[in-house]
Design a protein around this ligand. Sequence first.
Ligand SMILES: Cc1cc2nc3c(=O)[nH]c(=O)nc-3n(C[C@H](O)[C@H](O)[C@H](O)COP(=O)(O)OP(=O)(O)OC[C@H]3O[C@@H](n4cnc5c(N)ncnc54)[C@H](O)[C@@H]3O)c2cc1C
Length: 506
Amino acid sequence: METLPGLFYFTLYMSQNKQVVVIGGGFAGLSAACFLAKSGAQVTLLEKNDTIGGRCRSFEERGFTFDMGPSWYWMPDVFERFYQSFGYTTADFYTLDRLDPSYQVIYSDGDVLEVPANYEELVAIFERYEPGSGKHLDKFLADGAYKYEVGMTEFVHKPSLSIFEFMEWKIVTNFLKMDLFKSISKEIRSKFTNSKLIQLLEFPVLFLGAKPQKTPALYSLMNYADIKLGTWYPQGGMVKIPEAMLKIATDLGVIINLNEPVEKIDIEQGKVTTVTTSHSSYKPDAVISSADYHHTETSLLSKEYRSYSDSYWDKREMAPSSLLFYIGVDQKVEGLEHHNLFFDTDFERHAEQIYDTLEWPDQPLFYVCCPSKTDSHVAPAGQENLFFLVPLSAGIEDDVQKREALFDILVARLNQRIGVDITDHIIFKRSFCVEDFKSAYNSFKGNAYGLANTLLQTAFLKPKMQSKKVDNLIYAGQLTTPGPGMPPSLISGEVAAKYLINKYKW
Ligand SMILES: Cc1cc2nc3c(=O)[nH]c(=O)nc-3n(C[C@H](O)[C@H](O)[C@H](O)COP(=O)(O)OP(=O)(O)OC[C@H]3O[C@@H](n4cnc5c(N)ncnc54)[C@H](O)[C@@H]3O)c2cc1C
C-alpha cells in the first residue's frame, strides 16, 4: 500500500505535469493562472497586448499616468480575499485609501451633492432632501447588505452551469429574498420620491449596463458596496492591482508571454490539442480563455466547436461601450473631487439613446475622474489628470468627428457647472472609443464592460464557463459568470480554475 508521503508526492507530481494555457492577462486570466499554479499546474499565460491587466492598464505621457479603464475600487474585501489566498494582504502591494467624499454628483440646477464616507452624515443629507428618507435608506441598505452577503457567499463562487447548482434549500429560500423579479427602479421608487436621491441610487446600475427598469433589485447590493463598504483608491493608480497579481503569478512560476495573440485553437475528438499564437504553438492539457468569449468562439475556434450561434450573440444585451478622454491640464481644476458624476441632463433620454435608439447622445450624462486630487504620482505638481467617460451604445458606429463634438460639449458643461474653462489649458488629450475597444481587446461590439446585468443574463443564464463542445476548454471573464467589473472578473478566474482542477481531479 502507498505510504501517505508517497501519495502526497504522487499527487503533486500529477498536478505538476499538467500544462494549462490561459488566454488573456486581465483580472480573470491572472486570477485563473494564480489558482492553477498554486495547485501545481504549469501555466502559460498568453496576452496579445504588451501590458498585463487587460482593460485595467495605464499609459504615461508628459508626466501624467493615465489609468485607461476602471477607476472605482469597490468591494475591497474581494481583493483582500484574493491576496490572502496566496499568503498576502493588500498592504503588501499598495496603500489603499478610502475616499472622502466618496464622490460628488452635479445636478442640472447647479446643486452638488457630496456623498460622504460617513454613513450618519449621508443619512442627514438624505433627510435634508427628503424628510423621513433616512429610515428608508437604512432598510434599503440592510436589504442590500443581505444580498451582498448571500451573493458573495452562496452565488458568485458557483460555476453556474445549471439551475440545479442553486437547488439546495438554503439557496432556494435565499433566492426568494434576493429580489430577482422586481426591478431596482421599482424598488428605489417604492422608498424614495426625491428625483435627486433616485438618480443617486440608480447610478451604480446605469454604469453596470442596463436601464434601472430592466435591472433586478438584486443589484441593490451595489448600493451597499458603494455606500457602506466605500469607495477606495490604491495610491499609484488602479494598475497597482494587476501589478500585484502579476507578482503573485510569476512567484508561483506562471510563464507570462506578452505580445503573443492566440490565433487558433485546434480540436480533436472534442479536446483542445494545439493553441497556435503569432509565433509559437502549445499542446496543453486544458485551456482557460479569458479573452472576450465571443472572440474566442468566433475567431479562434472553427464553427462546429462554438457553443453559441451568431443569432444567440446578436440577441445578447450588451452593457454600454464608452467614449473616453485622457486629458492633461496645466493647472489645478477647482470644484472637482476624485470622482464626479455630471447628472445635469435628462437621464431617461441618455438611457434611451444607449439602449433603445442606439444613437450618439446629444446631451449625455458623464463622469469625470480626477485622480490627481488624491494622488500626487499621477500628474506633475500643479497640474491635473482628467479622465472623461460617456456611456455609449455598444456596437454604435465610431466616428472621430462625433467624438470631438462630444468633447466640446463636455468641456462646455464642465465650465457651466463648476466655472472652470480648461479649453486653453489642455496639454495632452487622447480619446478611446468603440473601435479602440475592438482592436485593443477583441471586444464584441466594442463593449466596455460585458453583458448587461438583466434577469435573463444572470447566473446560469449567462454564456457558460464550460464549453458545450470542447471538454477541456473553459471560459472565464466578464462575459461569463459572475459578470462584469474587476471583483467579479477576478472571481470568475478563480471559479474557472477551481472548476477545471475539480473536473479532472488534478
Ligand atoms: C472604461 C472602463 C471603465 C471601467 N470601470 C470600472 C470600475 O470603475 N470598477 C470596476 O470594478 N470595473 C470597471 N470596469 C470593468 C472592468 O474593467 C472589467 O470588467 C474587467 O477588467 C474585465 O476583466 P477580464 O479579465 O474579464 O477581461 P479583460 O480585461 O478584457 O482581459 C482580457 C484580455 O484578453 C486579451 N486578449 C483578447 N484576445 C486575445 C487573444 N486572441 N490572444 C491573447 N490575448 C487576448 C485582451 O487583450 C485582454 O488583455 C471598467 C471597464 C472599462 C472598459
